[in-house]
Design a protein around this ligand. Sequence first.
Ligand code: 5GP
Length: 127
Amino acid sequence: MGYSYDHENIFAKILRGEIPNDTVYEDDFALAFRDIQPQAPAHVLVIPKGPYVTYDHFANEATDAEIIGYTRAIGKVCALLGVAPGHEGAGYRAIANSGNDGVQEVPHLHVHILAGRPLGRMLQRAD
Ligand code: 5GP
């Protein structure tokens, strides 16, 4: 399928410890840290530790253990943030921008977890 991963992207540098981050959660499969430019009271990025560019790259090529581990990490982050609707929180939005039309800036898979205020409708027109 021809996915190409840039090992010098900023999240790769964060994973190698070359750039500091405000860690919320970490395990063998995932790192979660606060977005440097938060767009909601809670804005956390959850990234897999493996070299995957987009969600489809990860879904197609990651091992079962990586997929389970990463998905469980997203659940743990929602619990840590206290945002799971119907439980302790009022809800959240999970976003994985991918590629040009998805306006992905950093080419390492990341799921944004946004919460802490009403987030409006899912999409606004780009034009
Ligand atoms: P994208 O548009 O790729 O989905 O979002 C990339 C996100 O990464 C943006 O929300 C941006 O604020 C965040 N970001 C970019 N560089 C850094 C960084 O060095 N540290 C942290 N914590 N977040 C970053």
